[in-house]
Design a protein. Structure first.
Length: 204
């Protein structure tokens, strides 16, 4: 296998790195430079026509992109410790929270990044800054939802650390990189963030 990676602050490859670290899996890696537009090269587009990292190329040449799909593959090969739940309700709950993070936090964060940040101005043909700024209240609303959920359980999807926590952590940390910090009054979310950030895998 070969994992086509992009270093920090790219959030999506980091999801897989954290997941692999939690499992104790060593993935052979090759870095892809987004600044050099290597992800849009003809060679890379053969691996992922979407032109995005990460990509996991299997020994038989199969190419897996999309972070949750890659992690599900790794979970099937290395089921312990389980990071997608074990019982039907746990599996469904992890999936539910992954989806909520991606839609409620990931989408508006991406819109703010694409349409307001100076780093993307050089590569985005048209930045719609008013549209980008209009997504800030959506991020604030999403963070409140996650703070409330963490009043019920120690981790986002229940009693155990899961892929839902990895997805939330990487989204929040990328948001921090572009200036979207967790408000201080969201005490439960801030406590969760400190706890999961202290896990050795978070440094992956």
């Amino acid at each position: 296998m070969l994992f086509y990676n992009t270093p920090m602050p790219a959030p999506n490859p980091r999801r897989v790195r954290i997941f692999a670290a939690e499992k104790g899996i060593e993935l052979p890696m090759q870095d892809v430079s987004l600044q050099a537009r290597e992800h849009k090269s003809a060679e890379f587009l053969k691996l992922n026509p979407m032109g995005q990292t990460p990509v996991l190329v299997l020994d038989d040449g199969t190419c897996l992109s999309e972070t949750v799909s890659i992690c599900r593959y790794l979970e099937a090969l290395h089921p312990m410790p389980p990071l997608f739940g074990t019982s039907p309700v746990e599996i469904a709950t992890v999936d539910m929270w992954i989806r909520r993070v991606e839609l409620k936090l990931g989408v508006p964060t991406a819109n703010i990044w694409v349409h307001t940040h100076p780093y993307t101005a050089a590569v985005v043909p048209h930045q719609y800054k008013d549209f980008g700024e209009s997504n800030r209240p959506l991020v604030a609303s999403a963070l409140k939802i996650f703070d409330a959920a963490l009043g019920e359980t120690p981790f986002l999807a229940g009693e155990a650390f899961s892929m839902a926590d990895i997805v939330l952590l990487t989204n929040i940390d990328f948001g921090t990189f572009i200036g979207l910090t967790i408000p201080e009054d969201l005490a439960r979310l801030n406590d969760w963030h400190r706890r999961v950030s202290a896990r050795p895998s978070a440094a992956a």
